[in-house]
Write a new protein. Sequence first.
Length: 938
Amino acid sequence: MKSLGLHLLAATLFTFPLQAQFTKPAATSTEDLINSVKERIDHRTQSLLNSYPIRNVGPVTMSGRVSDIAVHPDTSRIYYVGFGSAGIFKTTNGGTTMKPVFDNQGGAIGIGDIAISKSNPNILWAGTGEKNSSRSTYAGTGVYKTIDAGKTWTHMGLEGTQHIGRILVHPDNPDIVWVGSMGALYSGNADRGIYKTEDGGQTWEKTLFVNQGTGVIDLIINPENPELLWAATWERSREAWNFFEGGEGSAVYHSNDGGSTWELASNGLPTGTTLGRIGLSISKDNPDRIYALIDNQDIRSVESANQANDRLDSYALRKMNPKEFLSQNNNEINQFLRRNGFPSKYDAETVKKDISANTYPPSALADYLGDANAELFDTEIIGAEVYKTDNGGRSWEKTHNIALDNVYFTYGYYFGEIRVDPSDVNTLYIMGVPILKSTDAGSNWKPIAENQRIHVDHQALWINPNDGQHLLLGNDGGLYESKDGGENFIHHNVVPVGQFYTVNVDMNTPYNIYGGLQDNGTWKGSSLYTPNREQPWERIYGGDGMHVNPHPDNNDIVYVGFQYGNYFRRDLMSGESYRITPRHEVGEDRYRYNWNTPVELSHHNPDIVYFGSQRLNRSFDEGKNWTAISPDLSYNLPNGDVPYSTLTTISESPLSFDIIWTGTDDGKVHRTIDAGATWVDVSAGLPAYRWVSELHASSHYPEIAYVSLNGYRFDEFVTYIYKTTDLGKTWVSVKGNLPDDVVNIIVQDPVKPEILYAGLDHGSYVSFNDGQDWHLLNNIPNVASYDMVIHPRDLELVVATHGRSIYVLDIKPFHELVDRINEPISLFSLDNVLYSNRWGTRSVDYRDLFEPDFEALFFVQEPSTRKRNQPSDSFEVAIKIKKDELTLYSTILDAEKGFNTFNWNLWSQTSNSYLTKGTYIIQITNGSTTHEQSFEIK
């Protein structure tokens, strides 16, 4: 029996042959998780950077992964959209505009499900922790409730559930709610199953529990009799190196007493260790009929597999003997070789010659590809199947005779949603890579919107109960709407949702920002871009966008690629490109490439490229030829169905070509001080086996480096950031006062070495004293900061979030602040103002006055003049604008501890006019301390 116990045993045995001392780190307890959430909320309310100016630069043109859609029962103009890693957005005008309504919940960025009460639409429930068991599926902190249509939210418990599959609200009594919990992703826990409340969430009762590896992924309710419910359970267990996508715990259950008790209702459905995710749907048109969409991971029959895939692929090669291979058509062999990126020296004739000489078997061609990208799509498992029951689940039958090919491929865990038209029980939709529609109760299927360029990978669908032609569709590209049953869609691209993995910049003026997005390719856009205005972003490559490196001397040349090490050198001007991925020889041990394979250009010569596998590879000719300059730098632990023991980060010292650092997904850190001739393992003193998310070689001192690690893939949410001052011989934590969270990135300031920047799963932080104290960048939403880069000329920090696109901030005031950190007040350098004789005029009568907008940024360490009857951090400062000792303007400004801004239209109180050209002084006084700066109107 393939239970969770066997799953976990397999994971343990997986590492024991090579590393007997390996012990899987313990998952973070629910108590510790909630405590860290409280700490994050404290940072968000007490940060010195609450008012620091930060700009969002988009993009908004592709959006990101939608997890659920909840529509007001009385009007389709009001609805809520949940995103996998970006919170909840609300529209009141049918999608013309959307606003975030769930940004201030300290531990909740990923949404599993949203449920709206039919009897009181102001009541909504949000289940946190996305249900998709993917690489960037963030754990939640239970369920939240609003009684004012999203204005405010209250945490209603179930903190340990981590990932919510579905929420149902009783159609007549909003106090009765059912929650289906999937539980933890990377560990077993008991906080999963079905929970029911009858008092609006004050108390909960667990009414269904299968085992510590099986959760509830879907729930449906009979629209005419709320005592009748059905639940889909799903057994799954994910590790960094392997994913068990199904198990004997996967099944359908039925309740006829309002979810108080449950019984199996799976007769006729597949069973066993290969049964994966299940989706359910019921129609008001005929609630006696229920549909189930299942992920059948069982192996296809030979005849079925051959029908589905008549081209040569890795699965077929693994089963071929030499004689069978030699009989293959040369054109098909050549197509396979070119399709899979084999070096040009390998063609049908040379490969057949090698196999005839027993140099290697046909399976070596499949092994050459590894287990990664090709095998996501080259599949011989059954995949998606649809079943129906007309008797409440006492018996099920499959609805179709023809296989549903190319719907799930091998990753049905990522989909699993089925919807039946509320007004037509024979019309239904299933969601996978494409979205398919049937109008004959599931007998025949066809893709919808084939002529429309809608995004793939579909996650959510709402069908208007009053008009089956009206659809809202959510996928990895955002939100779409159709008014003709899916023949045509419009894309509601109105929110800055973008799930970035990486970010980089070029040296153009103004500079451009480059970033790779989850399932949305790689994009390029101006750093001055304002969302919904001119200068849009442009797509420069496809797939899941990963590391991107524009050439610093010629930004038409970009090194760009997609998942599992598929990278190219591309000329954006001509469109020409060539593949740069290092390749081993057929028959040798294959290179292992991480999902987000690191690729870096040398600081000392941008034509030198570094490329990480389990080794560090280096090219001196822009990726045309490669040399492995290291041995295997990982623990070399056995792989499951996910590449593991791979490089995740590379950092070449900006001060020395000889010093290079590498980190791996299994916790190894190495460095070389002789350009790769010899390597030293410097992992001692760091937490073992954690994913090395970033290594940052100091640009100030060659012996200093910073490293961040995380235990996300152990469900361990602990902050790990370290510094070495002796080339890795010793490491010291620089966590300081950071809350426990997953750390994705650590960067040192290029001007002031004591300033550090860190990106965590729930925000971005700055330290002004080398990690002793950290301050939250509060104007970046509560989402994962995945990557950061500092523009070396403009001195701006660019933050790539995995949820809400990209943010930019000027860090020059930070440089001034560290020199005055203990002063009561600090006023920062001011930009000059360009004079205009149009100040105070209108271009047309209905427009606002054209006025200058002068902004001064200042910092108050401790208030001297507090406001009466106000919080302790609220106070007043005095501001004067002077010229030649004459005061032209004065005011008292409300301020708070930390950064503040003073905005003014340059209107002189003395002359009752706008300031003219000249040099002026601004003074800000806090108690007895005054600080001043000059600015010029030119």
